[in-house]
Design a protein around this ligand. Structure first.
Ligand code: HEC
Length: 141
């Protein structure tokens, strides 16, 4: 009497398992794709948010900051900066750079006008509402 797996049984487990997990993967991809519009509040992407995102990209904010965890670790996470600081602070902050405060890392002056500052705030406000499954775990990021 043979004991353990026959080579045919091993092959069936291999092919069956492969097919099963490929299908499971496809279902999970489909499920994720379906949920993206709701989780990202796609309906709230106004023209101002789009303009703000364009500023974010062209001024290379991500070269120093992270946004929802993506980016560089030179400067604070900004995915939560809107609820943490508010729009007025963000605009005042942008205008006040560089602070020249000794011992602190400096941020450049971007010379954004009032419309651009409003757009940037709209973008950061929208970003803060993306459903990230409660990440970061606390408001300080
Ligand atoms: C050269 C690096 C650099 C770039 C590029 C940069 N920042 Fe900053 N930013 C910093 C640093 C450093 C700080 C923290 C300074 C401090 O705490 O004194 C900061 C802080 C901030 C804060 C305050 C964060 C808080 O938690 O209070 C905001 C808002 C901000 N940056 C927005 C932006 C935006 C928007 C852009 C792009 C237009 C940008 N930054 C580009 C370096 C940068």
């Amino acid at each position: 009497m043979s004991r353990g797996l026959t080579s045919q049984a091993a092959r069936n487990i291999f092919y069956g398992g492969t097919v099963f997990f490929i299908l499971l993967f496809a279902v999970l991809i489909f499920n994720t794709e379906q949920r993206i519009p709701a989780r990202s509040n796609a309906a709230e992407i106004t023209p101002a948010v789009v303009r703000g995102k364009h500023l974010w990209e062209t001024r290379n904010c991500i070269g120093c900051h992270t946004l929802l965890g993506e980016g560089a670790y030179f400067a604070p996470e900004l995915g939560n900066v809107y609820p943490r600081r508010g729009g007025d602070f963000i605009k005042a902050w942008m205008k006040a750079q560089p602070t020249g405060a000794p011992g602190r890392r400096q941020m450049p002056q971007f010379h954004l006008n009032d419309q651009q500052l409003d757009d940037l705030v709209e973008f950061l406000k929208w970003t803060s509402k993306v459903d990230t499954e409660k990440w970061p775990p606390n408001i300080q990021g």
